[in-house]
Design a protein around this ligand. Structure first.
Ligand SMILES: Cc1ncc(COP(=O)(O)O)c(C=O)c1O
Length: 384
């Protein structure tokens, strides 16, 4: 029995994932820990499959956005250390402690709630979050960083494992703002280190690539673990990253449509002569946005072909070159086929967004199929 019957899949190369992790290991100062950011379903790549493989590749920590994402990984048997980078409400603190999930701490009231937890032999691990200029989570410098760190250290039942911050503009060529944030962080980082806090961290992919010395003791690696660059302004060539994801499908109906034949809703495309049209079982409900209508191309037989007409909820149509066609040919919507590539960046440009959003958009109903050495080794239907 197959676990899915649709030829549309996101093929996830575990070889590429391993290559990218190894590239960062070589690139970072010796001893730097690596956190694999697997939030948002591992940027659309399937959280459990990526988490498991990243840990097997020697990654030291996993990062998620919310406690629910961490618990889901635990339910799927992922045992490695997990840091929740975002907010954990008071009602989540006990289960976080029980499940050995580390939380980001940046509010006095949450510290007070931790102090009120029922006694336990286990301590709740926390990483204190400081806002050095991202303006999102974290305490401002005027909120007395040293005092807060001291109070957390003095709270029983808490283990202060880390102190961290996040850079807002690390992916820009001009590093002056990142330098400013880094300089603000240094003093607090030194204080925390002197108090015995072991992991002081401040870097994302862009930091790792361009200014590895500013990442601190652990690089929080997201987009570039998936083989994509945080922006066109980072100096990534030395890492030679490999994209991990290919979005592919097959033609499920091909027809030689007569002249003047309308294609898809609104008949935005009308054939001019007799034209071969292929129907693909993928649409906007899969995360292949309707806003790509009239813009996107696909790869068929290693060549670019246009998507014709409106992208529907579950399907869209392509032009098929030549005189004859049979259904069942492979079509790639993101990734390489032969010598041609459609990158996540190309799709992002059509949509006026960034590559991160393109892979994050891929819907749950698209099976993630994990491939290693050319072999299908797992899929997220099996991983649960
Ligand atoms: C706090 C934090 N650290 C690290 C990352 C990873 O960033 P990137 O995907 O740019 O490597 C993110 C992602 O947005 C984040 O929010």
């Amino acid at each position: 029995m197959s676990l899915y019957y649709r030829p549309t899949i996101a093929e996830i190369s575990l070889d590429a994932l391993g290559h990218n992790i190894a590239a960062f290991r070589r690139h970072m100062p010796t001893g730097t820990l690596l956190m694999a950011s697997v939030k948002a379903n591992a940027y659309g790549h399937g959280a459990a499959g990526i988490a498991r493989e990243a840990l097997a590749c020697g990654v030291d920590y996993l990062g998620v956005a919310f406690l629910d994402e961490a618990l889901q990984l635990r339910r799927k048997g992922i045992r490695g250390p997990i840091l929740v980078l975002g907010y954990v409400p008071p009602e989540g603190l006990e289960i976080a402690r029980e499940q050995e999930i580390t939380i980001a701490l940046f509010r006095e009231d949450i510290l007070a709630a931790i102090a009120m937890l029922p006694a336990s032999a286990q301590r709740l691990k926390v990483h204190i979050k400081l806002d050095t200029g991202m303006g999102r989570l974290g305490l401002l410098p005027e909120q007395d960083w040293r005092g807060f760190i001291r109070r957390v250290l003095a709270t029983s039942g808490v283990e202060v494992e880390g102190v961290f911050t996040h850079f807002a503009r690390a992916d820009e060529r001009d590093k002056s703002y990142t330098r400013l944030q880094h300089d603000r962080f240094v003093e607090a980082a030194e204080y925390a280190r002197a108090q015995g806090v072991p992991i002081i961290h401040s870097g994302n992919s862009a930091t790792g690539i361009d200014t590895p010395d500013w990442a601190g003791g652990m690089l929080r690696l997201g987009i570039s673990m998936y083989g994509l660059y945080p922006s066109g302004e980072v100096e990534g060539s030395s890492l030679a990253l490999q994209p991990v994801l290919r979005l592919k499908t097959q033609t499920v109906m091909v027809k030689s449509a007569p002249p003047d034949w309308g294609i898809s809703y609104g008949t935005r495309y009308v054939t001019s002569g007799r034209e071969w049209i292929g129907t693909l079982p993928i649409g906007y409900a899969d995360g292949y946005s309707r806003m790509l209508t009239g813009k996107a191309e696909a790869l068929l037989r290693g060549q670019r072909v246009p998507i014709l007409g409106t992208i529907c909820m579950d399907q869209c149509m392509i032009a098929i070159p030549g005189d004859v066609a049979e259904p069942g040919e492979e079509v790639v919507l993101i990734g390489r086929q032969g010598d041609e590539t459609i990158s996540a960046e190309e799709i992002a440009d059509h949509l006026g967004t960034i590559n991160y959003e393109v892979t994050c958009m891929l819907a749950d109903r698209v099976p993630r199929v994990y491939v290693k050495d050319g072999q299908h080794v797992a899929d997220n239907r099996l991983l649960g």
